[in-house]
Write a new protein. Structure first.
Length: 483
């Protein structure tokens, strides 16, 4: 066995970048890291574009810094000084022909205080009274893996679910709360329901015990591409290849002529690239969407491939519209608003960028970022960009009272972008993990496997890299034989 171990990371989004960075940093001289990205750029859905002279993120635009792994990465990359905190707090829900304030103290839409809920006008007095029944109702019996709707509706009623929980999860997951698994998409609420008869009382107790301070969500000066650029700049000794499309993965049998493979000595696997090139690898990390991972796992772990292929995805798009300042008649006294599916609009959510991120303030213009698309609603996909912009503008006139058309607009489409943690998701992940125990040296990471959002991807990549570093150290040590 060679005393060098080659790790091939497939996918150059944030999950693959962080995995490669940590392996290059911690793996030592015995680890050769190769990062393969099919497109011509790194970063995946992290993409910052210039809009009206401002750096605007077209995909995710915030980092959850309360997650220890995210905070640790920013500190390690010397990026804490570039953190930008939100310039506003609070948000709105479009409901019954008005923008209504999102009540403070909610957990994914679950109210933690009833009086602010009543004052918001988001629910009718009867709806608030129905929500209060959670205090006295007996424990709800559910299936082993209930949907969010199955968990929330019997406790709080239809109005809390439809006007709060469903739009909140639509904004995070681009999904429908009646289809999302509670334990996979909102594990905090699922845990509360297991240990507390009343979710409301349990959430208030959790809130009292919280010691978190400072903003939970932040961005970086210059946009989140700065995170990608900093990671790439720290990939010392890592072989990074763009335009390297992986077409297949197979085991490397002992009888194969390893000398015919790029890289010398035999590895455990052979990574096949478009154009016929092949790479030997001791370990392969698939940092790709689940459907891509499924295709690559088909020959080496067919059961894992079947489970990965079952993860559904939603198409989404973000539109950044530039309005003259005097066209905005609604006060930008919050970060933006969400739209419940029951309202029938194309809009899923809207960010008021000058209020949300102070560095995007402009004296003459206002940047509005609109999100469209959720699981089961891809109406936007059949529209061309001009038609889509016109429809979103009409809905902004309806919701915000815009008095003039945008002067420019940028449309970014993200097909098959958001993995859906539908009921049964945890079981799918368990099937994948079980199948991969028979093929040591294969790891999967990314949004489909470890949590939606950059911070969750970073945490999963951190765990993946730590496990691989341990395995590689053991392999290198065994290759050297007894001292």
């Amino acid at each position: 066995m060679s005393n060098h171990q080659r790790v091939v990371v497939v996918g150059g989004g944030v999950s693959g970048l962080v995995t490669a960075y940590l392996l290059a940093r911690d793996g030592g001289p015995g680890v050769d890291v190769v990062l393969l990205e099919a497109s011509e750029r790194l970063g995946g859905k992290i993409l910052t574009q210039d809009v009206a002279g401002h750096p605007v993120d077209m995909g995710p635009d915030a980092l959850l810094v309360r997650l220890p792994a995210m905070r640790a990465l920013l500190e390690d990359l010397d990026l804490t000084g570039a953190i930008v905190a939100p310039g506003a707090s609070g948000a709105f829900i479009w409901s019954r022909a008005r923008l209504r304030p999102l009540p403070p103290s909610t957990l994914f839409g679950i109210p933690q205080k009833l009086l602010p809920l009543l004052r918001s006008g988001l629910l009718s007095p009867l709806g608030v009274a129905r929500a209060a029944l959670d205090l006295v109702l007996p424990r709800t019996r559910t299936s082993d893996d209930p949907s969010v709707g199955e968990l929330v509706r019997p406790r709080f009623g239809a109005q809390v679910f439809e006007r709060l929980v469903d739009p909140m999860l639509g904004g995070v997951h681009a999904g429908r709360a009646d289809e999302l698994s509670a334990q996979s998409s909102v594990p905090e609420i699922a845990a509360l329901a297991r240990r507390s008869r009343s979710i409301y009382l349990g959430s208030r107790s959790m809130r009292r015990g919280s010691t978190a301070s400072g903003p939970a969500l932040v961005t970086l000066e210059g946009g989140l591409t700065r995170l990608v650029e900093t990671l790439v700049g720290r990939l010392d000794g890592c072989d990074v290849r763009l335009g390297a499309q992986v077409t297949g993965l197979r085991r490397d049998g002992a009888a194969r002529d390893a000398d015919a493979l790029d890289g010398g000595g035999p590895g455990g696997y052979v990574v096949e690239l478009a154009g016929g090139e092949e790479l030997a690898a001791d370990t392969v990390v698939l940092a790709t969407p689940a459907y891509v991972a499924a295709d690559l796992l088909a020959r080496v772990a067919p059961d894992a491939a079947v489970a990965a292929r079952e993860v559904p995805y939603a198409d989404v798009a973000s539109l950044t519209l530039v309005y003259p300042r005097d066209a905005v008649t609604h006060g930008l006294d919050g970060t933006g608003f969400l739209v419940p599916p029951e309202e029938g609009l194309l809009l899923v959510g809207c960010s008021w960028l000058p209020a949300k991120w102070p560095h995007l303030t402009d004296p003459s213009s206002v940047l509005i970022r609109a999100m469209v698309g959720r699981h089961g609603d891809d109406r936007f996909a059949s529209m061309d960009d001009d038609t889509l912009v016109a429809q979103v503008h009409r809905e902004l006139v309806q919701t915000m009272g815009m008095s003039a058309a945008p002067t420019s607009a940028h449309v970014q489409r993200w097909p098959r972008a958001m993995p859906q943690y539908t009921v049964g998701h945890r079981r799918r992940l368990e099937r994948i993990d079980h199948a991969l125990t028979d093929v040591p040296g294969i790891q999967v990471t990314g949004a489909a496997f470890g949590g939606v959002g950059i911070a969750s991807c970073v945490a999963r990549a951190q765990r993946t890299a730590a496990a691989l570093t341990t395995d590689v150290d053991s392999a290198v040590a065994s290759s050297k034989g007894p001292a």
